[in-house]
Design a protein around this ligand. Structure first.
Ligand code: PLP
Length: 403
């Protein structure tokens, strides 16, 4: 008997686990750790959504198995959101499916469409499920390095040099972890290319509503004429309405891909708990000022973080969207790599961040800072980081002596 399971062998130990274990240990020892690591929204779900959940859960008719592909009202609400936000028309019967969070949808779509050995094109760095959903499904990943490149050039090269030809490309804008945003012209080029080459596109739009330029909201790939021939797009309630624990997301677009995901999910689950789906419907159909409020809060935190770090001697790019800053390691610390730097930051500054290498090899050299604590705590983090950076010689000297 072996415990060397085929799929488990392909899943390296979670890089974040090391920092998480240190964080847990420090907290258990009574230390106050400011957690800017995980992208777990700290804002509460808006009260009217919670009220709807409570009201619905009191109805015993909502307690049975739900519908695997989502209740019709919620699929219609998602279609209505796409219409008003992107002017995209979706058929709620054939072009929309509800998922147990977009992560589940991505992973099960990977299962649905992948044959062992198929090649998938995945940005690097990326949110881990983009690569690992397909690795679990038995695919081969071709990583597309995302820093300092012309994306179309990298894409063309990858398709030209991959045998067999890639079956799918993953896109994620606004990006976790890099916070990069793109315009519709970018999507138009990619859709045109992928239609020509018969490559499906999985677009992850989890941060559709967490953006800071009111005049420039992130587009949907489905706005490109003909995109539905090749593209499916994942959206999520997690960040938009601070509903991360509720586990509700969506996939919409290509009827073939939606059908494939629907088939796989029909074997695996009975859909999210009906009251959660009803409350999600109320969220999408109800007042949207809660999103504007959340955006303001994140923007203000972002500004505190970026200006505070600059003042501490650590200049980082200003993120245009998402709840993350993608920060190059500060001058004089680059040689450590992102994991070692994150550990030192945790130990000495009591601030947890995510090492960039956890998002792929091309992410080393960066850390991801999540703005999921309030401004007061972010200011405290900056004070700690400032002291930490100023003590560089001492910290690195002690480290050298200890090794
Ligand atoms: C880019 C991206 N996609 C998907 C997810 C997962 O979202 P959900 O809660 O809908 O599964 C996240 C969560 O952090 C994310 O950053």
């Amino acid at each position: 008997m072996t415990a060397e399971f085929y799929r488990i062998k392909r899943l390296p130990p979670y890089v974040f686990a090391e920092v998480n274990a240190m964080k847990a240990k420090a907290r258990a020892a009574g230390e106050d750790i400011i957690d800017l690591g995980m992208g777990n929204p700290d804002l509460p779900t808006p009260p009217h959504i919670v009220e709807k959940l409570v009201e619905t859960v009191r109805n015993p008719h909502t307690h049975g198995y739900s519908q695997s592909r989502g209740i019709p009202g919620l699929r219609k609400a998602l279609a209505a959101y796409y219409k008003r936000r992107f002017d995209v028309t979706l058929d709620p019967e054939k072009e929309v499916i509800v998922t147990l969070g977009s992560k589940e949808g991505l992973a099960n779509l990977a299962q649905a469409i992948t044959a062992p050995g198929d090649t998938i094109l995945v940005p690097n760095p990326s949110y881990p499920i983009h690569a690992y959903g397909f690795i679990i499904a038995g695919a081969t990943i071709r990583h597309l390095p995302m820093h300092g490149i012309d994306f179309m050039e990298v894409l063309e090269r990858a398709v030209r040099h991959s045998v067999p030809k890639p079956i799918a490309l993953v896109l994620n804008y606004p990006s976790n972890p890099t916070a990069e945003v793109v315009g519709l012209d970018f999507y138009a080029k990619v859709v045109d290319f992928c239609r020509k080459h018969g490559v499906y596109i999985l677009s992850d739009l989890a941060y559709s509503e967490i953006y800071f330029d009111e005049n420039n909201p992130p587009p949907s790939i489905l706005e490109v004429p003909g995109a539905k021939d090749v593209a499916i797009e994942f959206t999520s309630m997690s960040k938009t309405y601070s509903m991360a624990g509720w586990r509700i997301g969506f996939a919409a677009g290509s009827p073939d891909l939606v059908a494939a995901l629907t088939r796989v999910k029909s074997y695996l689950d009975y859909g999210a708990f009906t009251p959660i789906q009803v409350a999600a419907t109320a969220a999408l159909n109800g007042p949207q000022d809660c999103i504007v409020e959340a955006r303001k809060i994140y923007k203000s935190r972002r500004d505190v973080l970026v200006s505070g770090l600059a003042n501490a001697g650590w200049t980082i790019p200003v993120p245009a969207a998402t709840m993350f800053a993608w920060a190059p390691l500060p001058p004089g610390w680059e040689h450590l790599g992102s994991l070692e730097f994150s550990k030192l930051l945790l130990t000495h500054a009591k601030v947890a961040v995510s090492p960039g290498v956890g998002f792929g090899e091309y992410g080393d050299g960066f850390v991801r800072i999540a703005i999921v604590e309030n401004e007061h705590r972010i200011r405290q983090a900056i004070r700690n980081i400032k002291k930490f950076l100023a003590s560089r010689d001492e910290i690195l000297g002690n480290k050298k002596a200890a090794s």
